[in-house]
Design a protein around this ligand. Structure first.
Ligand code: ZN
Length: 264
């Protein structure tokens, strides 16, 4: 549940050793500077709950594109990607802790449904009164419950059917539940769980969650970089080099990141 400065230091060191990944990460960080990205630069997903067009818009805008879904069945759960701390900053818990590169929260960092399904519960002990639980109803993760810890506020009520990539909550600002900094702890309940509050034990499903997250992050980042590059413009030699470095760094991401020693 907590994000620990010690973990950051360790993971930062790991990341710094991975110069290719660090270069790409810094490039990404520099693109936002930790400030709010203007809506016009956000390419991948709509903040509208249903993707419907607004009748108040004076001019048509390009249809927003959602994050692609990975073959494992998840859409990456944080938006926009330009605000998200990369995999080197994630830490293992009962789920996986991840968040904004500059602790963004609230409307600056939305939580998305990882797949289509129904919000079956909100509010979890230790995670605050809003944390949604999604019951997935399509794709390879059908039947699994996914919890979003430390969210505040929720954006849809219990009982809502949501589509993959639909915003369902915001990363809570401050310490929501038992937490030291704004972040999302996302995790999957064990196979066969029937109670949405039956959260996994530490280590029970976290590796599975991390694999789902990593796969989703990879396809989202590929789409993000492709969009930034543009459909017609050829990448510069430097940009192409960065892309190659980014891709190769994904293949060499460290496995088994340090376990967060501060439970609850
Ligand atoms: Zn946690």
């Amino acid at each position: 549940m907590r994000r620990c400065r010690g973990i950051y230091a360790i993971t930062l060191t790991l990341v710094l050793f991975m110069t290719g990944f660090a270069t790409a990460g810094l490039a990404l960080a520099n693109s936002t500077g930790g400030t709010q990205v203007p809506a016009a630069t956000i390419p991948l997903v709509s903040t509208k709950a249903t993707g419907g067009t607004s009748s108040t818009s004076p001019a048509p805008v390009p249809a927003p594109r959602r994050y692609p879904m990975s073959a494992r069945g998840w859409v990456f759960p944080l938006y926009p990607l330009s605000h998200v701390g990369g995999p080197g900053t994630w830490s293992m818990d009962a789920g996986v802790d991840l968040g904004g590169a500059a602790n963004q929260c609230g409307p600056q960092l939305l939580e998305l449904a990882v797949a289509s399904g129904t919000i079956v519960h909100e509010g979890l002990e230790g995670f605050g009164a809003w944390s949604p639980v999604l019951l997935i109803d399509s794709g390879p993760a059908t039947g699994r419950y996914v919890y979003y810890g430390h969210a505040s506020p929720d954006l849809v009520p219990v009982g809502t059917h949501v589509t993959a990539g639909q915003p369902i909550a915001e990363v809570g600002c401050g310490d929501v539940g038992i937490s030291f900094a704004p972040h999302l702890e996302i995790g999957v309940l064990p196979v066969g769980a029937t109670n949405p509050e039956d959260l996994p034990a530490f280590g029970q499903t976290a590796q599975e969650t991390r694999a789902d997250l990593s796969a989703a992050y990879k396809v989202a980042m590929s789409a993000y970089l492709a969009h930034r590059r543009g459909p017609r413009r050829q990448p510069s030699t430097a940009a192409a080099r960065r892309l190659r470095a980014q891709r190769s760094s994904w293949a060499t991401l460290p496995r088994g990141l340090p376990i967060n020693a501060y439970l609850n």
